[in-house]
Design a protein around this ligand. Structure first.
Ligand code: GBH
Length: 446
């Protein structure tokens, strides 16, 4: 069929950063190589009952050995930006001390290889793989971990800081708080609300200290936080639902956004936690100034909206993906992007994750048909485009994920990649969505 020439094309800004994202523990494998120490996710995934099928990241997508082919794959896709993370225990096996050169060299090769292929690296310092040795010392409940993180950040910056145009500090502090400490589905598997919000404060502090560490190097490179934001809507017209949605928004979004961008924790959340909470007692003079150290950009990750009833429960309003927590609602992308710009001013934004798992199996003809992913990405990119048109200073967008990978507690059952990974052979097969995305990038739009 010929395209309707009168149909409006969705064109993105010149130089838009079309990208894809991954994280270290989810793709690298090589868990014991070149001096890498253990992380909390090695411990957690090797604990019986913690992950689906007992899956671990020991081998994952074997990216540690296949990185050069994977970079070629990115070039063939036409990516302009690639977001990945550094494994802290590859740099400091037990979370402190002088850097492991073999670990730094691995990331140097990737960064150099990206530049050679015309792809901008965007690097996250921490995507949940805390060195186990630091967990043994209390992990994020221990304020000292924030200072250990700042030392690690400083070490990485002094090694490769100027080769990376955009640094991201901590991936989704909220997920560590909620899944790691509130519900226990993620490492370290705790269920302790009082601990969880102290952890939130220490993660925010760690973020601010890392921003300061980068500034201290004098490098002309940018840095920001990576927050997963959930638009929170009342499930009905009742005042109780409206109030529940507002408080929930405090815990899901403002706790992180306000502290970094306005230098204060939201009063409603602090009041809800109470003056005797471990968090309230853990905030020291000067902490909020550190947390609010000016950032250059804000990385937003959007997957799903939340709907709150009057008694504070969440309900499902829209069809879900293969992940039962994910309701497919593209308008939520528009709502959260425009809201951030409205409430926090024109800070540059990058979308660092957006995507879904699809039941995309390898067909007999050797292709993978993930039509559902194409529809999802098309609809969400249309929402992104509307947000840009309405004034959101959005510079890049990254699909989660480049490759099928270790989906944390869900193991390898959920496939989130643009590229299929045949785990027994580690063969990479671009899915239909990958071919589609390559064309979107070529056309600079939909
Ligand atoms: C992101 O988390 C992560 O940054 C990335 O590593 C991950 O692979 C990707 O999204 C896809 O999930 O216990 O019911 O909350 C998104 C936030 C937090 C959503 C953990 C799923 C587990 C189910 N995720 N949550 S639940």
């Amino acid at each position: 069929p010929t395209a309707d020439p009168t149909a409006e094309r969705v064109r993105f800004p010149h130089d838009f950063g079309w990208g894809a994202a991954t994280s270290a523990y989810q793709i690298e494998g090589a868990a014991k190589e070149d001096g890498r120490g253990e992380s909390v996710w090695d411990t957690f995934s090797h604990t019986p009952g913690r992950t689906r099928n007992g899956d671990t990241g020991d081998v994952a997508a074997d990216h540690y050995h296949r990185w050069a082919d994977d970079l070629d794959l990115m070039r063939d896709l036409g990516l302009r930006s690639y977001r990945f993370s550094i494994s802290w225990p590859r740099i400091q096996a037990d979370g402190t001390g002088k850097p492991n050169q073999r670990g730094l060299d691995f990331y140097k090769r990737i960064i150099g290889g990206l530049h050679e292929r015309g792809i901008a690296p965007m690097v996250t310092l921490f995507h949940w793989d805390l060195p186990q040795a630091l967990q043994d010392d209390g992990g994020w409940e221990n304020r000292d971990t924030a200072h250990r993180f700042a030392d690690y950040a400083d070490t990485v910056f002094r090694g490769i800081g100027d080769q990376v145009p955009v640094w991201l500090t901590i991936n989704e502090p909220k997920t560590v708080v909620q899944n790691g400490y509130l519900w226990g589905h993620h490492a370290p598997g705790r269920q302790d609300a009082d601990a969880a919000y102290l952890v939130a404060h220490h993660l925010q502090l760690a973020h601010g200290l890392a921003v300061r560490a980068l500034r201290a190097t004098g490098f002309d490179t940018r840095i920001g936080p990576a927050l997963n934001l959930h638009p929170c809507y009342p499930a009905d017209d009742s005042p109780a639902a409206a109030a529940a949605a507002t408080l929930h928004d405090g815990y899901e979004n403002r706790l992180y956004l306000d502290s970094i961008l306005t230098g204060a924790y939201p009063a409603d959340v602090l009041a809800d936690l109470g003056p005797d909470s471990r968090m309230a007692k853990g905030i020291r003079d000067g902490d909020l100034e550190t947390i609010a150290s000016p950032v250059d950009l804000l990385a937003v990750q959007y997957y799903t909206p939340l709907y709150l009833t009057g008694n504070g429960n969440t309900v499902t309003r829209w069809p879900t993906s293969e992940a039962d927590w994910q309701q497919i609602y593209p308008q939520g992308m528009y709502d959260i992007l425009t809201r951030v710009t409205r409430d926090y001013g024109p800070v540059p934004i990058t979308v660092t994750e957006n995507g879904l798992p699809c039941p995309d199996t390898l067909g007999p003809d050797g292709t993978v048909d993930d039509a559902g992913r194409i529809a999802f990405l098309r609809d969400h990119l249309t929402a992104v485009h509307r947000a840009i048109a309405d004034g959101v200073p959005l510079e890049s967008y990254h699909v989660w994920s480049l490759l099928d990978n270790f989906e944390w507690a869900e193991g390898y059952d959920q496939r989130w990649g643009l590229v299929y990974v045949d785990y027994p052979t580690q063969r990479r097969i671009p899915k239909r969505s990958a071919h589609w995305y390559r064309q979107v990038i070529r056309d600079n739009g939909l």
